[in-house]
Design a binder for this molecule. Structure first.
Ligand SMILES: Cc1ncc(C[n+]2csc(CCO)c2C)c(N)n1
Length: 231
């Protein structure tokens, strides 16, 4: 399977229009430290435990998208993304178990403002907008992690041996995952053409860039746990 293209079509336009916000997200210090294996454990713990809550709301957002789509092939793609999330959760639970945290403890932790901001923003777009707007709000998450995973796997600064985060990195460079990202990119092109994306670029770009900024804030939340813990 070939690697998805991140610079073409509607996705490529939105990614380019996000400008420096996109670079801030994909090359965030959290990501670089993860690749080098130097990320402090409390930062990763904070990120991953909140990501569990994040994914539950994102699964809801994909379910909302399924209900807004018109054709069976489109619905299949969105359902596959929903399943990918449900399948990503055991990875989180496995990591947390290795730190002595049970699934029930993660599920009942207080939700961080950054988690709430991002997930409720996407759900709000889903409730007020159409399928195209919702899909655009979901894309920085889906395709951004593929770009991050692939970059980390091929970056000379990445250390996989003895890196406690190696399985996280490998998960996002995985073939099945990349195939699901390609399917989501194709879905965006189809829905974009059906829904007149070209005449709606300003609004779509605002949504995409906002979701991108909320992704960066989510990484930052992880790093902030280190400073908070040192006080
Ligand atoms: C904050 C945050 N952003 C993105 C992802 C990655 N991700 C979430 S759901 C999904 C699959 C399809 O949507 C992928 C790749 C994450 N785990 N946490």
């Amino acid at each position: 399977m070939s690697t998805p293209r991140f610079d073409s079509g509607l996705y490529g336009q939105l990614r380019q229009q996000a400008g420096s916000a996109w670079q801030d997200y994909v090359a965030h210090p959290f990501v670089r430290q993860l690749g080098a294996g130097t990320l402090p454990a409390p930062a990763f713990h904070r990120y991953l435990t909140q990501d569990y809550l994040f994914l539950i709301h994102f699964a809801r957002a994909w379910a909302l998208l399924v209900s807004k789509l018109q054709t069976l092939p489109e619905m299949r793609t969105a359902t596959a993304a929903l399943n990918a999330i449900v399948n990503e959760l055991p990875l989180h639970v496995g990591y947390c178990a290795s730190w002595g945290l049970s699934e029930s403890e993660i599920a009942h932790q207080p939700e961080a403002a950054e988690t709430m901001n991002y997930t409720r923003y996407v759900l709000d777009i889903g409730h007020t907008g159409d399928a195209l707007e919702l899909l655009v709000a979901l894309m920085p998450c889906v395709a951004g992690y593929a770009e991050i995973g692939l970059h980390l796997l091929h970056d000379a600064a990445t250390v996989l041996e003895n890196n406690p985060y190696a399985s996280w990195i490998r998960n996002y460079g995985d073939r099945d995952y990349l195939a699901s990202v390609q399917a989501a990119l194709n879905l965006l092109e189809t829905v974009g053409q059906q829904s007149g994306a070209e005449s709606r670029l300003t609004r779509l770009s605002t949504i995409f860039t906002t979701a991108t900024r909320l992704e960066s804030a989510f990484w930052q939340m992880g790093l902030n746990a280190v400073t908070a813990g040192a006080q």
